[in-house]
Design a binder for this molecule. Sequence first.
Ligand SMILES: Nc1nc2c(c(=O)[nH]1)N[C@H]1C(S)=C(S)[C@@H](COP(=O)(O)O)O[C@H]1N2
Ligand SMILES: [Mo]
Length: 266
Amino acid sequence: GAARASTRLQTVPSALSTTEPLSERDAVTGYNNFYEFGTDKADPARNAHKMEVRPWTVRVEGLVGKPRRFDIDELLRLAPLEERIYRLRCVEGWSMVVPWVGFPLAALLKEVEPLGSAKYVEFVTHYDPKIMIRDVLDWPYTEGLRLDEALHPLTLLAVGVYGEALPKQNGAPLRLVVPWKYGFKSAKSIVTIRLTEKEPATAWNKFAPQEYGFYSNVNPEVRHPRWSQATERRIGELRKRPTQMFNGYAEQVASLYQGMDLKKFY
Ligand SMILES: Nc1nc2c(c(=O)[nH]1)N[C@H]1C(S)=C(S)[C@@H](COP(=O)(O)O)O[C@H]1N2
Ligand SMILES: [Mo]
């Protein structure tokens, strides 16, 4: 059979990693949400091969002193690549433990010198109607973070998983990972990063604003209108686990939301 090209990435371990057991690689790369390639969990692994990920440029623009375009291979050399083992909690009630490879988004934002007027960061992902679906969401998929969330050391730009370059179904060549928020905040296959003054529109919020807020912090006390978020099932396990506040990252991120009513800003 065809040998898989070796794409082993050089990484340093991170103190921000969880020590929990990893989810199976087949689950991480075969049970995906990437609706552009279909809404079944197996669709992305089946269909994402149609996406070309080289050449790939990422534009960083908006309220920055030095707007610029980065070639993906430049981004791979921007900062030391770290292995970051994070929990990922999907809004649908399942979770995984994933060994991402990447670098802090803050390292990229520093390069472009955000202006004092920048308050939010918008992420726009790749959309090609020739190979991606046309219905369900208003494409391209967009996401957003407040600037302080974007600069938080836990906020990762991932370029790999399990020690190798990201499979296309996981959002190659570059995707966001925000481990204290529901999985849909972690936008895949990013092409534009835009700093803005106003809160950017986000794909799931436009689709169902009462169900998906801008913040979308993992919170067992705030129900999704159609189901509880109090428990989750780790892929590969049968039992339910209690969902943790901020997905277990409260110690690092709770201060970002001091004084905010998290039922209102869900
Ligand atoms: N562009 C894009 N990014 C996306 C999605 C998507 O449909 N399109 N799905 C999100 C959801 S709901 C989840 S749970 C995670 C899943 O990431 P994974 O498949 O790598 O585990 O990707 C997020 N990023
Ligand atoms: Mo999700």
